[in-house]
Design a protein around this ligand. Structure first.
Ligand code: NAP
Length: 486
């Protein structure tokens, strides 16, 4: 048990209808620190019955919650965002303990997560309708925006708070209620958020949190006609499964799925800026983000300078337990993740690529075998696994290109379409390339484009729907029109 977490005060139950509950069966599962395998807490292993009760509680809470003036929802959500920032250190320590990311990154995520609640709180006051000119003098056409009803979300472990608040904030702001199902590896951050929502005065049943059997919970969420919307962030295979199941009740879906981001560096780029952007994009969260660069295409004239500088800087990154000072690279989430990263590196080497730095497990005294050296690989080719599978680890494979057309063709040669990056100092090229990349998010001379003000989401097999920015309210409201005969 890490000294930094106060086990006595930590809530570990599920939140249903304003009550903290155990699983009906009493079953629990353990949450472990991936850096040490220390047992942090056990949480309820819930399933169908508890999920149904959470949906019922959300359904009961919906009418009074949606009937409140928007400004009241604003105040509660604003209090929630403030409480998250007040508890930023505590939430960050909890997140690092269950997820592994360096503490500085966890603090950053808490602020990022709170920003979604704050942004949505503000938007609650601006859910505007419209009047439309009618064809007849005695008719009026009104367009109303209304909440959808009971909503749900299923979220991954790589951003244990932000992936929830990106959905919960706008859902509640618009007047919906929500059932949250966090990832098995990181349920404690979600439960801590639930506690703060209760403290902020969010009424019983408006937020419900259920941990446990993913398949059973997911099935109930899509089988139950009371749930009108599900927002999912996670892998493409699970997203496709949920899409099929949503056919039963035609449940609305937002799908934020996998990515395989290309990172292009043109001859005319500022090489230092490109290296800085590459490190931000590739090695944050140990390479476990959906928008992580997974393929680096570097033009001939700048290739050696970029490869050399990137390798040099990557070698200096401090590996260790995320709670320790100055650590930049923590553990991967679990043993399967380590195995996948090693498989991608081995496969690349077998097919002729060369490891410039890293390429192996990092041994850190007294810690688990889940630490992987930040890696740079020279000369990846299309037949390698790393060219088309999400690596989800700290590995940057590089490939030379000759022309802009070639770089764009290679960059777009993917089933995914979430994020892409490129570096150039030519303004015409900047616009040309940005327009041609088939991705929902483009970082132009920017390795860290994610922000609350912008619409986040992908195309192709990276899913559909947008979260963030003013667009997010579209995902959590229905449009109704009233044709009024005077
Ligand atoms: P995952 O296996 O798809 O899991 C995501 C969530 O789905 C977890 O809560 C998981 O529960 C749940 N789940 C698993 N199987 C399910 C089923 N049959 N029915 C219902 N729910 C199910 O993905 P992951 O490995 O945790 O997360 C990494 C993936 O998420 C990567 O592909 C990454 O690119 C993607 N991601 C995308 C975005 C984006 O915004 N586009 C952001 C972050 C991550 P358990 O944990 O309990 O199994």
């Amino acid at each position: 048990m890490p000294q930094t977490l106060d086990q006595q005060k930590m809530q570990t139950r599920n939140l249903i209808g304003g009550k903290w509950i155990d699983a009906d069966s009493g079953d629990e599962f353990a949450v472990l620190d991936p850096a040490t395998d220390e047992h942090i807490a056990s949480v309820p292993r819930c399933g169908t019955a508890e999920t149904r009760r959470a949906i019922d509680a959300a359904a009961e809470a919906f009418k009074p919650w949606s009937a409140r003036p928007a400004v009241e929802r604003y105040r509660m959500l604003r209090s929630l965002a403030d409480a998250m920032m007040r508890d930023q250190d505590r939430l960050a320590r909890l997140m690092t303990s269950e997820q592994g990311k360096p503490l500085a990154e966890a603090k950053g995520e808490v602020a990022y997560a709170a920003s979604f609640i704050e942004w949505a709180a503000e938007e609650a006051k601006r859910v505007y309708g419209e009047t439309v000119p009618a064809s007849f003098a005695d008719k009026r056409i009104l367009v109303l925006r209304q909440p959808i009803g009971v909503t749900a979300c299923i979220t991954p472990w790589n951003f244990p708070l932000a992936m929830i608040t990106r959905k919960l904030g706008p859902a509640l702001a618009a007047g919906n209620t929500m059932v949250v199902k966090p990832a098995e590896d990181t349920p404690l951050s979600a439960i801590a958020l639930g506690e703060l929502a209760v403290e902020a005065g969010v009424p019983a049943g408006v937020v419900n949190i259920v941990t446990g059997e993913a398949k059973a919970i997911g099935e109930e969420l899509l089988d139950n006609p009371k749930v009108r919307k599900l927002s999912f962030t996670g892998s493409t295979p699970v997203g496709k499964l949920l899409l099929q199941k949503s056919a039963k009740n035609l449940t609305k879906l937002s799908l934020e799925l996998g990515g395989h981001a290309p990172f292009l560096v043109f001859d005319d780029a500022d090489v230092d800026a490109a290296v800085k952007g590459a490190i931000a994009s590739k090695y944050r969260n140990m390479g476990q983000t959906c928008v992580c660069a997974n393929r680096f295409y570097v033009q001939d004239g700048i290739y050696d300078a970029f490869a050399g500088k990137l390798s040099e800087q990557v070698k200096t990154m401090k590996i260790g337990r995320g709670l320790d000072d100055g650590v930049q690279v923590g553990p991967l989430i679990n043993d399967d993740a380590v195995e996948k990263v090693q498989r991608h590196v081995d496969d690349a080497v077998q097919h002729g690529a060369k490891v410039l730095t890293g390429g192996a497990l990092a041994k850190v005294d007294g810690l688990t075998n889940r630490f992987y050296e930040p890696t740079v690989i020279d000369g990846f080719t299309p037949e390698m696994l790393i060219n088309h599978e999400e690596t989800f680890g700290p590995v940057a494979p590089l490939r030379r290109f000759k022309s802009e057309e070639q770089a764009i063709e290679w960059a777009n040669d993917s089933i995914y379409g979430l994020a892409a990056y490129f570096y150039t100092r030519d303004a015409s090229r900047l616009m040309r390339v940005a327009e041609q990349l088939e991705y929902g998010i483009v970082g132009a001379n920017d390795g860290a484009p994610s922000t609350v003000q912008a619409p986040f989401g992908g195309v192709k097999e990276s899913g559909f729907g947008r979260e963030g920015g003013k667009y997010v309210m579209d995902e959590y409201t229905e449009i109704k029109y009233v044709s009024w005969q005077l």
